[in-house]
Ligand binder design. Structure first.
Ligand code: FAD
Length: 366
């Protein structure tokens, strides 16, 4: 028995048609389509307020694409006065979005585990439970930062933070900082901290910078063209640039103009005071900022025994292979092309709600 069970009030109410776990952009897009079906549904979100992962983004974080290309289903993000939307613009948008559609959301409620019951699934928080005929997991990945293992890491006495907890460069003035990671987080955080500190950017390979005119919108169009070609059995078009390559947002361009936008290959090991490079040279380091990505936040599904060693659930389309009452949305391309983006999640959400409608209407529930 799970350790949380003893204190839990077990649901006596009839099963809901759908419970969505999460309250970020993916869960809201799913809710938009659910609301139009007449099915009974509820969103359970661990955050105390709207915005999902965006509530934890760093202060200067801006989107890669203009508002029109950063919108979820139904109601587009209002146009921002200048450039691309900021973190706070996205939080405002998601806040207004859920208010506009008045979705049933229970907040500050973390689903701790899920169990199979007759004709559905039972979801548990610390003190309650809900029964559902179907469940959609849309818990993102921000709460599962990944830090790779390096020899001697346990010896290092300096500060280590993950980009998930980076707020801004205040307090880093004059320090020696390693920014580790060759994606967009690494590029943007390096660009920012290199203005106030001795920053070294560490990447596995030389980073791939996109041409200045390529933004998130172009990347999404290219990814869609590739998918369409594959679906139609055609050779996908040969276009440079993928969703993980570095978009030349203003802060990264500014670092290029300053002449600092270059990286070095990884160090060999940590010492108490810094790192040793493959050449044998040592550098004293005050702070390491890990911009090394995230893994899907699926702890709540481990009780079903369906989370693999790759931290994923086996799916066909978005539906779990081993637990057919469960769908997953928003974790990355394995749950739908570009489903971890505002513009991309609509396709997966619409599709999943349609599948669930079909399943519920063709299944007899006692
Ligand atoms: P989240 O936003 O993470 O929401 C999941 C919600 O589920 C959270 O509220 C969380 O608290 C809750 N939750 C988690 N576990 C549980 C549980 N057990 N029980 C209940 N609730 C739970 N995307 C774009 O479209 N455009 C961009 O320009 C862009 N830029 C980005 C820049 C950076 C640096 C990063 C890291 C990401 C960026 N993204 C961008 C991606 C985007 O931020 C995420 O992919 C997006 O937040 C995923 O949305 P989601 O709703 O699936 O997950």
């Amino acid at each position: 028995m799970h350790k949380g069970l003893r204190r839990t009030r077990v649901s006596q109410s009839p099963k809901l048609d759908v419970v969505v776990i999460g309250g970020g952009q993916s869960a809201l897009t799913i809710a938009y389509f659910l609301k139009r079906t007449g099915l009974s549904y509820l969103l359970l979100d661990a955050e105390p307020a709207p915005g999902g992962a965006w509530r934890h983004g760093w202060d200067s974080l801006r989107l890669f694409s203009p508002s029109a290309w950063s919108s979820i289903a139904g109601w587009p993000m209002p146009v921002v006065a200048e450039g691309t939307p900021s973190r706070d613009d996205v939080i405002d948008y998601l806040t207004q979005y859920e208010r506009r559609y008045d979705f049933p959301i229970k907040r500050a409620t973390r689903v701790t585990h899920v169990e199979l019951i007759n004709g559905g699934l039972r979801l548990f928080s610390d003190d309650s439970s809900w029964d559902a005929k179907t469940v959609i997991s849309a818990t993102g990945s921000w709460s599962r930062p990944v830090i790779p293992a390096y020899p001697g890491q346990e010896l290092f006495m300096g500060q280590q933070i993950h980009s998930a907890h980076y707020v801004g460069p205040t307090g880093f003035e004059g320090k020696t900082i390693l920014v580790v990671g060759g994606g967009n987080s690494g590029a943007q955080i390096y660009a920012e901290v290199s203005k106030v500190s001795q920053a070294i950017w560490v990447t596995q390979e030389p980073p791939k910078f996109l041409p200045d005119e390529v933004d998130g919108r172009v990347l999404f169009e290219r990814a869609t063209a590739r998918l369409k070609a594959l679906q139609e059995g055609r050779e996908p078009p040969l276009l440079e640039g993928g969703l993980g390559d570095i978009v030349m947002v203003p802060s990264v361009k500014e670092a290029r103009e300053r002449g600092v936008l270059h990286s070095v290959r990884p160090f060999a090991k940590f010492t108490q005071t810094g790192v040793v490079w493959p050449s044998g040279n040592e550098t004293n380091v005050d702070i390491v900022i890990w911009c090394t990505g995230f893994s899907p936040a699926l702890d709540h599904l481990t009780s079903l025994g369906i989370v693999g060693e790759d931290s994923r659930v086996a799916v066909i389309g978005n539906r779990s292979v081993d637990c057919p009452n469960l769908w997953l949305v928003g974790y990355g391309d394995w749950t739908g092309l570009a489903s971890a983006t505002l513009i991309g999640v609509t396709r997966s959400a619409r599709d999943v709600v349609k599948q669930i409608q079909g399943y519920l209407s063709s299944t007899f529930f006692a």
